[in-house]
Design a protein around this ligand. Structure first.
Ligand code: 2HA
Ligand code: ZN
Length: 270
């Protein structure tokens, strides 16, 4: 059996969490990540039958029964993941129709998976249904996206159009746009179900006055998705209070879509 600390998925997780912390997206214990792993991949590093503990999830996720995830821990600081991955991360095997998480590795201080596991697992199920290559759900608190939810209309169409107008790359990176949820109590099955519902039509879901969820095929892609949306929000926050002389018009956005053969979210352009 190889040392899991050398596994490419673990190395990439540590690098990504560190990078997110360095971007200021994950203060204190803010943020959480889950990465879907293949059984063969896990079996190279762990005995999949050796269960350390069983942790009840408090919800059902039948579509994910039998699946393995590398997840961040509840109350753990992204800042510290790089110094002690085994304490701050865990590998879980979802069983019992999603009701139980079998801990196979990690959370060495007796800890548990992220408090946002419902939103993560329900979002994985929603994204896998529309995009079978999806592996990552990522949540964090980027300042400009958060700031924008205090001053911008929370309608998903209008929020998306503003982001698309803030830099030319945006419509290419997230042609499906962003969906916005109003403020809701976090850590609950309710916000999990609401997030998963929004994940059916977009890979980015903003939680007003809280943060953002992103979904993607790998950690790099998902990081890049959030990075691009946050960059657009940063530009918006720099100019929102100034008179605008120019913008990227809907016609320009359509030209981009044609040139790069993308289908912008239906009904989001006028
Ligand atoms: O505690 O970000 O949403 C981690 C969070 C909760
Ligand atoms: Zn959060």
């Amino acid at each position: 059996m190889q040392d899991i600390l050398t596994a490419p998925f673990l190395v990439e997780m540590v690098r990504t969490a560190t990078n997110m912390y360095n971007h200021g997206w994950d203060e204190r214990n803010g943020g959480n990540i889950s990465l879907l792993l293949g059984e063969e991949e896990v079996a190279e590093y762990l005995d999949v039958g050796a269960v350390i503990r069983e942790i009840p999830t408090g919800f059902e996720a039948p579509a994910l029964d039998g699946k393995y995830f590398l997840v961040t821990g509840t109350g753990k600081y992204f800042k510290n993941i790089q110094y002690d991955p085994a304490r701050n991360l865990g590998v879980i095997h979802v069983s019992d129709g999603g009701r139980t998480a079998r801990l196979l590795w990690g959370f060495t201080d007796g800890g548990s998976f992220t408090s946002e596991l419902p939103a993560h697992l329900m979002s994985h199920a929603a994204r896998l249904a529309v995009s079978p290559g999806n592996r990552v759900i990522m949540h964090c608190h980027p300042s400009n996206l958060l700031a924008m939810t205090y001053i911008h209309d929370l309608d998903s169409c209008s929020f998306t159009r503003t982001l698309w107008q803030m830099c030319t790359e945006c419509i290419m990176v997230f042609p499906d746009g962003v969906n916005v949820l109003p403020w809701m109590l976090c850590g609950t099955n309710e916000i999990g179900a609401a997030t998963a519902k929004q994940m059916e039509s977009a890979r980015l879901v903003v939680w007003a006055q809280h943060g953002i969820y992103g979904a993607g095929a790998d950690l790099d892609e998902t990081f890049g998705l959030i990075e691009t949306a946050e960059k657009a929000a940063e530009i918006y926050m720099k100019i929102a209070h100034l008179p605008w002389k120019n913008t990227i018009t809907d016609d320009a956005l359509r030209q981009l879509a044609r040139r790069f053969q993308l289908t912008p979210r239906e009904g989001f352009l006028e």
